[in-house]
Design a binder for this molecule. Structure first.
Ligand code: NAD
Ligand code: UPG
Length: 487
């Protein structure tokens, strides 16, 4: 029913996951034609740009992979229907953001883009297709996709079945982290494939496993029931984010007691049962996934009437909000209780280093709190464009998750008056009252900090939200330095 050796793949969604993932599949499998499609023509044009520095996703190593495969067996196109028709396997890699309206607002995943894909596949397909969920989805979404795929081949007027194609649905969640996407894809700890319990399901599972086996050892390709695979993705992100909230909670206690959170993290991380990764205390986790996926998990738990379990996981997000708020408040408190009219420089806007992605970046929330007190914010980020920064702040004004927040709204004009974006760290910090480090870009560690100090107003404050700067050296220069979790 389904071939186990695939020759043509389509991927719907040319974003942070679809683009890099398909580029690596194409690079590793020259015998497979891979077409990535998107409804956003600008995104596709950027993926096709001859100038590889214009790719829409900034990821170390990505331009090299695209250069090798693009035009050979990797194609980017806006022809969604054509790609669906041609291919034997279709990855759905569209965005699944938190709902901003209606039932489940602020908690549940918005599945409208995924649903649209399923409907389009059902409408267009004239031959059998293996449909792969690459997007992160609530447990049991595969059932909804199957229902759509199966029922849209029934004629709406007559009720007669005009089945042209049969479908298999697989869950194949992606575990890459931004900034290290290419390494993560090439050397994945594991590849997870969940399949339906049927002959077709097993054939489809085999077909997908055979693709990954071109570069991933077979023992690292694990197969599960489809619901387990869907739930494993949400659980993995919840566990990872929980570690960050756990160490961040301890950072607050360190500040009160004189302990040092980095020393505590090192001491506990050397216990092999705890492990040392994901224990870096920070201004709070950001990114498009952690908060969205935990809120989705919380929503599911409430839906299945598990309020204690829901409350447990929700606390991970609550603590993260607290950490961002704590950082902003510390800036205001240290600057004599007001930042009104004061110039605060932000080093970094991306949610982590080595990416141009800003979704849910802590910088957005810290900026928002300072803007409420009418600070003047001057941003420098090596990879984020000015328009993105304005768009992030405007989006936050329009879509506050916590509607009980007291903060007033700022108009686009006010945001543009109060926020300035610079091309150099020295311009951004000139005559500043304070610097806040929001992203852990490596270049921040290498600056001539004496020169920056000389250009600032005194006392010159630095708030290191990533604990990356050399504390002793900065203090020797004369900075008033505040780090996370250092009493
Ligand atoms: N970003 C990550 O690091 C990461 C990692 C693992 C999993 N995920 C999950 O992968 C999914 C995609 O995330 P992303 O970061 O790549 O999102 P993204 O917003 O960067 O990309 C999604 C793309 O899908 C396109 N799209 C939406 N609907 C479409 C349609 N009907 N037809 C064609 N194109 C359509 C959008 O235009 C957009 O370019 C999400 O479910 C996310 O949770 C993301
Ligand atoms: O010890 C740490 C580790 C991370 N972070 C922050 O946590 C956020 C997320 O970082 P990271 O997980 O490295 O990046 P993501 O790209 O969000 O990747 C996560 O989310 C993806 C989307 O689901 C998953 O595929 C990945 O496995 C998962 O790590 C960032 O703001 C980091 O700065 C910390 O504050 N301390």
């Amino acid at each position: 029913m389904f071939p186990t050796e695939i020759k043509k793949i389509a991927c719907i969604g040319a974003g942070y996951v679809g683009g890099p993932t398909m580029a690596v599949i194409a690079q590793q499998c020259p015998h497979i034609q891979v077409t990535v499609v998107d409804i956003n023509p600008q995104r596709i044009a950027d993926w096709n740009d001859e100038d590889l520095s214009k790719l829409p996703v900034y990821e170390p190593g990505l331009p090299e992979v695209v250069a090798e495969a693009r035009g050979r067996n990797l194609f980017f196109s806006t022809d969604v229907e054509g790609a669906i028709r041609e291919s034997e396997m279709i990855f759905i890699s569209v965005n699944t953001p938190t709902k901003t309206y209606g039932v489940g607002k602020g908690m549940a995943a918005d599945l409208k883009y995924v649903e649209l894909c399923a409907r389009q596949i059902a409408e267009v397909a004239t031959s059998n297709k293996i449909v792969v969920e690459k997007s992160t989805l609530p447990v049991r979404t595969a059932q909804a996709i199957r229902t759509i795929l199966d029922s849209s081949s029934i004629n709406g007027d007559t009720g007669a079945s005009n089945k042209k194609a049969q479908f298999a649905v697989l869950s194949n969640p992606e575990f890459l982290a931004e900034g290290t996407a290419i390494t993560d894809l090439l050397h994945a700890d594991r590849v997870l494939i969940g399949s339906e319990d049927s002959e077709g399901g097993k054939q489809a599972e085999q077909a997908l496993a055979n693709i990954y086996a071109n570069w991933i050892p077979r023992e690292q390709i694990i197969t599960t029931r489809i619901w387990s695979s869907e739930l494993s993705k949400l659980t993995a992100n919840a566990f990872l984010a929980q570690r960050i909230s756990s160490i961040n909670s301890i950072s607050a206690l360190c500040e009160r007691t004189g302990a040092d959170v980095d020393e505590v993290a090192r001491a506990i991380g050397m216990d092999s049962r705890i492990g040392s990764k994901f224990l870096k205390s920070s201004v709070g986790f950001g990114g498009s996934c952690f908060q969205k996926d935990i809120l989705n998990l919380v929503y599911l738990c409430r839906h299945f009437n598990l309020p204690e379990v829901a409350d447990y996981w929700e606390q991970v997000v609550t603590l993260n909000d607290y950490q961002k708020h704590r950082f902003a408040k510390q800036i205001i408190d240290s600057l004599f209780n007001t930042v009104s009219g004061k110039k605060i420089s932000f080093l970094g806007w991306a949610f982590k280093k080595d990416t141009n992605d800003t979704r849910e970046s802590a910088a957005i929330y810290v900026a928002d709190e300072l803007l409420q007190d009418r600070a003047e914010i001057h941003v420098y980020d090596p990879k984020v464009k000015a328009e993105q920064i304005y768009a992030d702040l405007e989006y936050l004004q329009a879509n506050r998750r916590n509607t009980t927040q007291e903060n007033g709204q700022l108009s686009s004009e006010e945001i543009r008056q109060l926020v300035n974006v610079h091309q150099s760290p020295f311009d951004a910090t000139q005559n500043a009252h304070a610097i806040a480090v929001l992203t852990e870009w490596d270049e921040f560690k290498t600056y001539d900090w004496q020169k920056i100090y000389d250009g600032m107003l005194k006392p010159a404050f630095i708030f290191d939200g990533r604990n990356i700067l050399d504390r002793e050296a900065l203090k020797a220069i004369g900075f008033e330095l505040t780090s996370i979790g250092k009493g």
